[in-house]
Design a protein around this ligand. Sequence first.
Ligand SMILES: CC(C)(COP(=O)(O)OP(=O)(O)OC[C@H]1O[C@@H](n2cnc3c(N)ncnc32)[C@H](O)[C@@H]1OP(=O)(O)O)[C@@H](O)C(=O)NCCC(=O)NCCS
Length: 195
Amino acid sequence: MADFTLTARQIVLRRMQAADAPVLYAYRSLPEVARYQDWLPHDIDEVQGLSRSQADVEPGTPGTWLQLIIVRREDGEVVGDCGILFPDGARASPELGIALRPDHRSRGYATCATRLMLAYLFDARKVHRVVARTDPRNLPSITVLQRLGMRQEAHLRRSHWHRDQWVDDMIFAMLAEEWERERKRLQAHCENGGV
Ligand SMILES: CC(C)(COP(=O)(O)OP(=O)(O)OC[C@H]1O[C@@H](n2cnc3c(N)ncnc32)[C@H](O)[C@@H]1OP(=O)(O)O)[C@@H](O)C(=O)NCCC(=O)NCCS
């Protein structure tokens, strides 16, 4: 398995390991974390299966998620996870996802992890556009995306089938030229600002 890390001052994003499964399963099963997430693990075996399948994923492979663990650098504590979906189609826009452990919210970790994913996609992979989807009731998620300068492009009415009901879906996006304009502000915000 090739190593893969994205590093900021206080956090690092790294590949999933089998040892992450218990903690990931514990917080991903909490109702407050799972509420707007499509993925709700049934048991710890499912999370272990995900970590095994992620070991061989080559970042950027069309049709795959690159699932990463967000770790606090000072002590290696797992604070959450995030992922990038590389959709089928050479020029399709990658999609971002993120979830934090509730006791690690409100410290800027999600903002910083999302910025690291944007930097990786725009600077290293030279993508043209990145998207994120969220339920309009998920205000913390919307706040993170807007703080990073992602633009709301759509509010789709009852378009997404989620836990036996149709729910609204908001689409946020950023273009490469917008990333170039935002880069300095985001660096100051996320790195000099502490995270
Ligand atoms: C969405 C989610 C990841 C957002 O987490 P969050 O804790 O609000 O976001 P951050 O970690 O970036 O923290 C932001 C807070 O840290 C503060 N902060 C401190 N230092 C900061 C810094 N350097 N940069 C940015 N924010 C900073 C911000 O002011 C903000 O404060 P607030 O919570 O009082 O508004 C979280 O709510 C979650 O895991 N939800 C469940 C899963 C989910 O729904 N995911 C989204 C699916 S689309």
